[in-house]
Ligand binder design. Structure first.
Ligand SMILES: N[C@@H](CCC(=O)N[C@@H](CS)C(=O)NCC(=O)O)C(=O)O
Length: 225
């Protein structure tokens, strides 16, 4: 796809991977800018990034008309960015035009973003968001792990009805988001092979040229190598 190159702010292997997959899927011209979200060199909460995105997070994408309290034309929130990108390429139907399939895609995006990411994983990786009392962190981490495992069971139950993709039956932005959490499950030492149906979906996702390119660009080994 031609047009003005987009500026994409990301941290390799973070939830921004989903955005990179869709940037590649849609053939968008973009420049990637690393903003570290990792503890050892965390830039997301540094003054330079906070001035642009007061939420202190990645991913972000520019230019998209409007503003969210920081830099003009900077779009934040992975589901919003993925939806906006999908709408630039309606021919690919990455955010389905059909109202029921659109709602099903949003159902995935909202739950993955608002529960699986912002609660279950954040409880494990950022317990300080849930309490100022450090003594409570082990309990918060443990609850995050059980919330995550329950969510993974739920994903497997949904996927086990024979569908090939998260929203039957074509690749959507929900699949680009789901592979992030499958990968993160491995990072927190979950044996992901136990989720047979979700593993089949992820293997199918991993075969896409866009996904292979995004993993390579993020410096990540491909899954199931
Ligand atoms: N709701 C946001 C969450 C974004 C988010 O939490 N991103 C993480 C990386 S996966 C981050 O930037 N963390 C930086 C930090 O915690 O300082 C979205 O969906 O984009």
């Amino acid at each position: 796809m031609t047009g003005e190159a987009l500026d994409f702010f990301q941290d390799p292997g973070s939830c921004s991977l989903a955005v990179r997959i869709v940037l590649e899927e849609g053939g968008f011209a973009y420049r990637a800018h690393a903003v570290s979200a990792r503890d050892r060199d965390r830039e997301t909460i540094g003054p330079a990034w906070l001035a642009r995105n007061p939420k202190g997070r990645v991913p972000a994408l520019s230019p998209v008309p409007g503003r969210a309290g920081g830099e003009a034309h900077l779009l934040t929130e992975a589901p919003a960015i993925l939806t906006w990108l999908a709408r630039q390429r309606p021919d690919l139907d990455l955010m389905p035009a059909d109202p029921a399939r659109e709602a099903r895609t949003l159902e995935w995006m909202n739950w993955l973003s608002g529960w699986v990411h912002a609660v279950a994983f954040a409880q494990q990786w950022r317990p300080e968001r849930f309490s100022a009392d450090e003594a409570s962190y082990p309990g918060i981490r443990a609850k995050g792990r059980s919330n995550m495992l329950e969510a993974f069971d739920a994903i497997e139950r949904i996927m086990a009805d024979g569908r090939r993709w998260a929203v039957p039956d074509a690749f959507t932005i929900a699949d680009a988001f789901l592979i992030v959490f499958y990968r993160w499950g491995g990072l927190v030492n979950v044996d992901m092979a136990q989720y047979a149906s979700w593993t089949s979906l992820t293997a199918l996702t991993m075969e896409r040229a866009s996904v292979l390119t995004a993993f390579r660009a993020d410096g990540l080994p491909r899954l199931f190598a």
